[in-house]
Design a protein around this ligand. Structure first.
Ligand SMILES: [Zn+2]
Length: 273
């Protein structure tokens, strides 16, 4: 369950699209009381590494407006979580380091974990820190009303070295590959390939974009399709597991009915429901 935010969207594209489609459709009476908005400043756990090699980690987001909601609720945006994320960040992020009103060149090159961090900040500044959810206890089935404080309850995973975006792995036959952590443009491309793709097809897409032979040659889609299944799984787990950012899957819940505890599952999309 490491790095749930990408894994779940990758494993369950239909669910991701359905959740994106339900964004902002909540009845007005269901909207929780809003606390005073936190300021829109956020520190990225990775940061934007620009072409000059400068690392930008301080960013600013703003509250979403009605015009933003209209843009996000367009059918072609709601049905595609990659597009939804893109529109949300382009509108809600006003600054990354020294880059004001960042466009695709900046946002598309941010690590997925940094984008998750920005989405969390936009959510907090727009709707407040309280996340209310209904979940069913996996042990006894009881429906629980859960409330999270997004300012305190979500651990943020940092990077040991934010400049280190690549790593080498050895395949079972001894050949070596160089992997890079997925960024926004990878996320958008992968989530845009359609709802009816299998996990295997989505994994191929991720690996084709993020894995190269050690000498820099591309494997291409054919190369990653011909790779052994265990190698593919290990690579995909390592690439997604190394992402920094909000770790929603590490939140534990206690069931009031049966007393068992279980891990909370929060998708990034849940933040905007
Ligand atoms: Zn229970």
């Amino acid at each position: 369950m490491e790095n749930l935010q990408i894994v779940s969207a990758l494993e369950e594209p239909e669910k991701a699209a359905a959740l994106a489609a339900s964004v902002f459709t909540k009845a007005p009476g269901d909207i929780p009381d809003i606390e005073p908005p936190p300021d829109g400043n956020v520190t990225l756990p990775g940061g934007f590494l620009d072409l000059k090699g400068e690392l930008h980690t301080e960013a600013t987001v703003r509250e979403l407006t009605g015009a933003d909601e209209e843009a996000l609720q367009k059918p072609e945006v709601m049905k595609n979580f990659g597009r939804f994320t893109q529109v949300l960040l382009q509108r809600g992020v006003t600054r990354v380091g020294t880059y004001d009103n960042p466009g695709k060149d900046v946002l598309g090159n941010l690590l997925i974990g940094d984008r998750d961090m920005l989405m969390l900040a936009i959510r907090r500044v727009t709707y407040g820190d309280t996340l209310e959810m209904k979940v069913n206890c996996p042990a006894c089935g009881e429906e629980l009303n859960v409330e999270h404080d997004l300012a305190k309850d979500v651990p943020i995973k940092k990077m040991d070295d934010p400049r280190e975006r690549m790593f080498t792995m050895e395949l079972r036959d001894g050949r070596k590959v160089t992997c890079s952590l997925a960024v926004g443009s990878d996320q958008e491309a992968i989530l845009s390939i359609g709802q009816n793709k299998s996990l295997a097809e989505i994994t191929s897409m991720l690996l084709a974009r993020c894995v190269k032979w050690e000498d820099g040659r591309s494997l291409g889609l054919d190369g990653v399709r011909n790779m052994g299944a265990l190698d593919r799984r290990n690579l995909a787990e390592e690439i997604t597991g190394r992402q920094p950012g909000p770790q929603y899957s590490t939140i534990d819940l206690d069931c009031a009915a049966c007393g068992k505890d279980f891990p909370m599952v929060v998708d990034v999309q849940d933040l905007f429901r």
